[in-house]
Design a protein around this ligand. Structure first.
Ligand code: SF4
Length: 86
């Protein structure tokens, strides 16, 4: 299901799943990788926090959310990951 989060949209959810792509960097060298070797951008802490705040603001009372981290290799930025789950 595609959800709209246009300004002014205040739809509330009982469950919400948020997947944050922390980085395009990766320390592996899979031959089939489509990511491209020159891409290593990293999500800012501010953007990550705003994304989590937005997900929480979308929860109906008693609702739950799941937070997952994705990337190429998100554990390369474990400090950022830790700060976001604090
Ligand atoms: S991003 Fe994924 S596919 Fe690409 S090198 Fe890393 S682990 Fe392998």
């Amino acid at each position: 299901m595609l959800l709209s989060f246009a300004p002014g949209c205040h739809r509330m959810f009982q469950q919400f799943g948020l997947v944050l792509m922390l980085t395009h960097a990766c320390n592996l060298r899979c031959s089939y990788c489509y990511n491209g070797r020159g891409s290593s951008g990293t999500m800012s802490l501010d953007l990550g926090r705003r994304s989590i705040d937005r997900a929480i603001a979308s929860l109906a009372p008693g609702g739950t959310y799941e937070l997952a981290f994705f990337g190429c290799e998100p554990s390369l930025h474990v400090d950022l990951l830790s700060a976001l789950i604090d």
